[in-house]
Design a protein. Structure first.
Length: 233
């Protein structure tokens, strides 16, 4: 009919809208979701088992969610949060020895991830992976200061195009028993790119080079890949 301002959206458009509203699940979590769904299907005729399986599937999909993030564009000097969570420390500390960054203190920003936070880790700067090292340890609560030194951890060292080295440390928590790092030495990571995951409550420590102007404080909430923590000199 002449004069119509638009047409009714088709099925394809509606499908795109639904896909856009769904939060994807990190690949490491898909088998957990599938296992819970399988439990619900096997026990479908028994309501308690069916409800338990569906509840577990929902919980696993929520925990392993991997939402899309949009890092700052057109900036090469920013440092973004490597994880969602709450900043629990902004201090000076010597990086873990396995990082190979020497014994000088660096500015450290620590982010605590609760069970309800997104547990995917993202590159805090654009750069090349210069080193990855995993160290076994204990599993005290990740919000305690001693967790950085004593808990199981994996160190990732990134070198920016300007030659600055940044260390990002995935620290296991009291419940977390698995650290996943999905990159390798020599890889080039874009700002905010996903590179790993810690399961079920954890901490991420970021060690910055000298001269970084830090723009955050203890108690502030961060969004991985988007919240600007500071600027490289």
């Amino acid at each position: 009919m002449a004069g119509r301002l638009g047409t009714r959206p088709g099925f394809g458009h509606m499908a795109d809208m639904v896909r856009g509203a769904l939060v994807p699940v990190h690949p490491d979590g898909r088998r957990f979701v599938a296992g819970a769904v399988a439990l619900a299907l096997v026990g479908w005729r028994w309501r308690p088992v069916r409800c338990l399986g569906l509840a577990l599937a929902g919980a696993m999909a929520f925990f392993f969610r991997n939402p899309a993030r949009v890092p700052p564009t057109g900036r090469t000097d920013v440092v973004v949060a490597p994880a969602d969570g709450e900043i629990c420390a902004v201090d000076l500390a010597v990086p873990p020895v396995e990082a190979g960054l020497g014994a000088q203190e660096r500015r450290r920003i620590s982010i605590f991830l609760s069970l309800t936070d997104v547990h995917v880790q993202r590159a805090p700067v654009a750069g090349r992976v210069m080193g990855i090292a995993h160290t076994a340890g204990t599993f005290v609560s990740a919000d305690l200061p001693e967790a950085s030194d004593h808990n199981e951890r994996t160190v990732l060292v990134l070198r920016t195009p300007a030659g600055a080295d940044v260390a990002c440390v995935q620290v296991a928590g009291m419940i977390a028993r698995r650290i996943v790092t999905q990159t390798a030495v020599g890889d080039d990571l874009a700002l905010g790119q996903t590179y790993g995951l810690i399961r079920f409550g954890s901490r991420v420590d970021l060690y910055l080079p000298a001269g970084v102007a830090v723009d955050v404080q203890v108690g502030q909430r961060t969004i991985g890949g988007e919240t600007v923590l500071g600027r490289l000199s």
